[in-house]
Design a protein around this ligand. Structure first.
Ligand code: SF4
Length: 464
């Protein structure tokens, strides 16, 4: 089978627009469509779409002429149409919906800067996008020009990053950073690059998809001055992959910017193994690596886009092994309440004995991996990376348990519940009773003594 040919499309209503205007990103932005009347000049709306477009308090609508041209006019279920044209389903609440389901604002030490993970931050630099996705996680601020970040807020973000040396990675998002005025965008990136401990800068943008003409040579050469810089685009359906997007991705790649894709699993858009397989294969053809497939967040107005989590597992089952490993994104649920991204996937580990692991592959072939019985473990005491590891207090999690930092991670209030209102007495007074000999060795040895020594000292001194 020969590879699919990506198609250029232009809605009939824009047939007379000269090429120079069509390819001018400023023209595209100033001719975005946002009312029922404007959109009906392109294709007839359904009753549900008309109701939504005429509703008050609807999340902002704006669609570039380029992107609306990708919609097949006679198909109300078109996957691109569903992403940008609202329907009455947006007005229907659902029980789990929240204004800020990822608790981003709660994890912001200063407005617009989300510090959720140990070594990286998310910097919201604008509330504006080239077009607006109906399932947007940040619809609480995105689209609202009055919620834009001020100079003083940018200064506070930079100040926080400067005085927090554990931050080695800054992700610019919003809104869409590539909709910023070119001068302001460069100023923000240059200020980040001037901070010594910021090793990499990442940008999350849907501009290459909504407005590929914005990715011009001037933008690419500006970005190339600030390497190492990475960029993730956001494509949900193969119909979004056009010659224009392919050319934009090519310009970015030639500027040395590695490209990834983040897509959202959306009912009626891409909740199908076969669509997803075509999507990830087409992304690789334009040199974009599939990175994340997100479970749809619990965001107001997006209830009708949600799928069961099982659908995501089924999709990964249909990708892993069935196509290049490079094409398989990580399926994640961004934990409601701010728990961060949690990777999920099919289970390939069937069982284990003390030195054999039984595994199954994508075809159902089951085999056993025989493990070494004479494994000499890595020695942290002689490893420069172990001795020089960055430590982020309180966030080592299960990895910290495996490294022997502590014995357990307890839910808040666990100790008090299990004390049952009792008091300290002769059998529960000695805390060292529950300290395995070896756990916490690193900490104690800083004081010149391991827990084993301390237990031995205690026993020999006859202390209770
Ligand atoms: S491009 Fe991103 S930030 Fe903008 S509306 Fe879409 S999902 Fe939201």
């Amino acid at each position: 089978m020969s590879p699919r040919v990506f198609e250029t499309r232009r809605a009939r209503a824009f047939g007379d627009v000269p090429e120079t205007q069509w390819n001018d990103w400023r023209w595209q932005l100033s001719h975005r469509l946002n009312t029922a009347e404007e959109i009906e000049r392109i294709f007839p709306l359904t009753e549900s779409e008309r109701t939504a477009l005429n509703a008050s308090d609807l999340f902002r609508v704006d669609i570039t002429p380029y992107f609306i041209s990708l919609i097949r006019p006679d198909d109300p279920a078109d996957p691109i149409r569903r992403q940008v044209i609202p329907t009455a389903a947006e007005l229907v609440p659902f029980t789990a919906m929240m204004e800020d389901s990822l608790a981003e604002d709660r994890h912001s030490p200063v407005p617009g800067l989300v510090h959720r993970y140990p070594d990286r931050v998310l910097m919201l630099v604008t509330t504006q996008c080239a077009s607006y996705c109906r399932y947007c996680t940040r619809s609480r601020i995105v689209g609202d020009a009055s919620a834009q970040f001020s100079r003083a807020e940018f200064d506070a973000m930079f100040d926080y990053i400067e005085r927090t040396p554990q931050i080695r990675d800054v992700l610019l998002s919003g809104g869409d950073p590539l909709t910023l005025a070119p001068g302001l965008l460069e100023e923000l990136i240059a200020r980040l690059r001037a901070i010594e401990h910021v090793e990499i800068i990442r940008i999350g943008s849907r501009v290459p998809v909504f407005l590929p003409m914005r990715v011009d040579d001037a933008l690419c050469s500006m970005l190339a001055r600030y390497h190492p810089l990475w960029l993730n685009i956001h494509v949900n359906h193969p119909n979004e992959i056009t010659p224009e997007l392919a050319a934009a991705a090519d310009r970015l790649s030639r500027a040395g910017i590695p490209l990834g894709n983040q897509s959202v699993l959306l009912a009626g858009v891409n909740d199908c193994v076969h669509i997803q397989r075509r999507l990830v294969q087409d992304l690789l053809r334009i040199r974009v690596r599939p990175y994340y497939l997100y479970q749809c967040d619990l965001v107001e107005g997006a209830g009708h886009f949600r799928t069961p989590v099982a659908k995501g597992i089924e999709i990964i089952e249909g990708l892993r092994g069935h196509t290049s490993g490079f094409a398989v994104p990580q399926y994640v649920v961004d934990a409601p309440g701010g728990g961060g991204k949690i990777p999920l996937g099919p289970n390939y580990l069937l069982s284990m004995s003390d030195h054999r692991t039984a595994l199954r592959n994508y075809e159902g072939y089951i085999s056993v991996y025989e493990e070494p019985v004479d494994y000499t473990a890595h020695d942290p005491a002689t490893c420069p990376d172990c001795c020089d590891k960055r430590t982020e207090a309180g966030q080592s999690g299960v990895s910290g348990l495996l490294e022997g930092e502590q014995l357990a991670i307890e839910p808040a209030g666990w100790e008090a519940i299990h004390a049952r209102g009792g008091s300290k007495h002769r059998l529960n007074r000695d805390e060292e009773k529950w300290q395995p000999r070896g756990i916490g060795a690193e900490k104690s040895s800083a004081a010149g003594e391991t827990p084993v020594h301390s237990v031995l000292r205690k026993k020999t001194s006859g202390k209770p």
